[in-house]
Design a protein. Structure first.
Length: 382
């Protein structure tokens, strides 16, 4: 969740005489804070997301508003509020044209409006929204991870306008190169805010263990997938992301179910190089993902393929990969030989070696099922 400009200004027309002049398409910009700037160069100190107020008291000769607005756009400011009066009697048409082109909101308030009143009001709204988001996030995290104190956490969620019998869906997003540059995380979050737009009030997101967790409240499966696809399209031009969409549960008491499944689907997405996967659209892997005791899955994998995995590590071989290819090709040695450009005898020799290491056959239907199950478990494991 975040406070966008449209919501921040929703009562400002009759309270402060505010009206929008240009850049209306940018009214979904997220506002992080408000700031008063009267000098063109001062905009270089912005972090991004600020709503700027100006009276023009320090204006210079010529049309200083064009470079002023240009700097604000380059610094990713949320918008500009012009206090029209003795220093700025009217925003020039060329400035408004530029703002429309850049989807950069420019609003005006009359000189009689005291900027201290409006900025204090906006700051209070931002602080309250941050407090709301922090408390709601804390409650949702506890509900996702544990059933302890569930009723108290549900009361917090209901306090902020949601209901226990709303639909809840958790989505996990893993950024591939997050370890290399933490700025990538901020970029992905900015794209989430950009795409979500009017739906931000129904989305809570936070970062945990290098994963962006999103909680969609009261959203249909179709809308969730639509938003996620748009986020991915914007992000993957700059950084690869992998997404897992959990089931959309019909009660907040089931939030942990959606959370744990989303995290495993996200891992499956990464391990299989899929951009995003949806739990409800998976095949038999839904069964494995739904096993609550992950220890059972780990033990099954170790009992089935552990010896072969250890052998590969010790001898720098790739028998695990060969066996997985063998299962995927339904036991066709000819197909593997053609793909690898190797003689059938070479493949047979390696497969016989695998049998000895596993102390097991690999060619019966039961053998293939057992091995396929182990490989499926590996796909959903870190």
């Amino acid at each position: 969740m975040a406070l966008h400009l449209q919501k921040l200004c929703q009562n400002s027309d009759y309270l402060y005489g505010m009206r929008i002049l240009a850049g209306e398409q940018g009214m979904n910009n997220i506002v992080q804070w408000v700031h008063t700037i009267e000098d063109v160069e001062a905009s270089s100190f912005l972090h991004g997301g600020e709503l700027i107020f100006t009276t023009g008291i320090a204006k210079r000769e010529g049309n200083w508003l064009i470079p002023f607005v240009n700097n604000l756009v380059e610094r990713n400011a949320a918008g500009l509020v012009v206090n029209v009066g003795p220093y700025i009697d009217k925003v020039p048409a060329e400035v408004l044209e530029y703002a429309n082109e850049k989807h950069f909101p420019i609003l005006e308030v009359p000189w009689k409006t005291k900027l201290v009143d409006i900025t204090r009001d906006f700051c209070n709204q931002i602080i309250k929204d941050e407090q709301r988001e922090e408390q709601l996030t804390a409650a949702l995290k506890k509900l996702m991870e544990s059933s302890y104190d569930m009723e108290n956490q549900i009361e917090v969620v209901e306090k902020y306008g949601f209901h226990r019998d709303d639909t809840y869906c958790v989505v996990g997003i893993r950024v591939n190169d997050l370890d290399e540059d933490r700025r990538v995380l901020d970029f992905v979050i900015s794209k989430i805010q950009e795409v979500a737009g009017d739906f931000l009030d129904n989305i809570n997101f936070f970062v945990q263990d290098q994963t962006i967790c999103m909680v969609f409240i009261g959203c249909t499966n179709e809308k969730i997938e639509f938003l996620i696809e748009n986020i991915i399209n914007l992000c993957n031009n700059n950084s690869k992301v992998y997404v897992g969409i959990g089931p959309n549960v019909d009660n907040i008491s089931l939030l942990s179910r959606s959370y744990y499944r989303a995290m495993r689907v996200m891992i499956l997405s990464k391990n299989t190089s899929n951009t995003f996967l949806v739990f409800d659209k998976l095949d038999s892997r839904k069964i494995l993902i739904s096993v609550d005791e992950s220890k059972i899955l780990r033990e099954y994998y170790r009992d089935t393929l552990g010896n072969l995995e250890d052998y590969d590590k010790e001898h720098e071989t790739n028998y695990i990969e060969l066996l997985q290819r063998y299962i995927a090709c339904d036991g066709s040695i000819q197909k593997i030989a053609e793909e690898e450009k190797l003689h059938r005898n070479t493949i047979n020799y390696q497969l016989n070696k695998i049998k000895k290491i596993l102390d097991s056959e690999i060619n019966t239907l039961d053998d293939k099922f057992r091995l396929m199950l182990a490989f499926r478990i590996k796909e959903i494991s870190q």
